[in-house]
Design a protein around this ligand. Structure first.
Ligand code: GAR
Length: 192
């Protein structure tokens, strides 16, 4: 059984999809939700599903080994970032090399990097005049949004789209594809 921790900062709609998808799965189990914001909706979603959910301050993330120790104590095999909006600290990146998966609400390598999260991303896509956007599911390394791409899916950017309208279209792709992409990656990695 592979044990997953989800890291989430926000509403948690992707965390919910992952929790629901893996519930009852015999090979992969979501066993922990970690947040950097105590008011994150994702914490409540996990607790309702009976999954331990904890939050840490930025200070604890970056200047202590508390979070890493918790991951090790819980025997976490893989980490999934589902709207985790701060950088993953170096000690965790090192301990979980090629075992951290992120979802980004645009087609990387464009529209990634610092500050590119949430509606900022969709505003930038609309301002660029591109006719397509989408999602990128990728491995996380020390360079923001630059790890190996595992999966992408596209949707159109429509004339007169607002950032909110585009966000809703992109989020539908996220909910449809994220859990399966996570499962596929873990199976490939586990079965070689
Ligand atoms: C998702 O759209 C995810 O792609 C994005 O945050 C949102 C979280 O929504 N992540 C980033 O922007 C990472 N740079 P959720 O809390 O409803 O899952």
């Amino acid at each position: 059984m592979k044990r997953l921790a989800i890291f989430a900062s926000g509403t948690g709609s992707n965390a919910k999809r992952l929790i629901d998808y893996f519930s009852g799965n015999k090979d992969i189990s979501v066993v922990l939700l970690v947040s950097n914001r105590k008011e994150a909706g994702a914490l409540e979603i996990a607790r309702k599903a009976g999954i331990p959910a904890i939050n840490f301050t930025k200070e604890e993330f970056y200047n202590s080994s508390t979070v890493l120790e918790k991951l090790i104590a819980e025997k976490i095999d893989f980490i999934v970032l589902a709207g985790f909006l701060i950088r993953v600290p170096d000690n965790i990146l090192k301990a979980y090399e090629n075992k951290i998966i992120n979802i980004h609400p645009a087609l990387l390598p464009d529209f990634g990097g610092k500050g590119m999260y949430g509606l900022n991303v969709h505003k930038a896509v609309i301002e660029s005049g591109k006719s397509e956007s989408g999602i990128t599911i990728h491995l996380v390394n020390e360079h923001y949004d630059e790890g190996r791409i595992l999966f992408q899916a596209k949707c159109p950017v429509l004339e007169n789209d607002t950032a909110e309208m585009l966000a809703a279209r992109v989020q539908e792709l996220e909910h449809n594809y994220f859990p399966e992409a996570v499962e596929r990656f873990i199976k490939e990695k586990t079965e070689g």
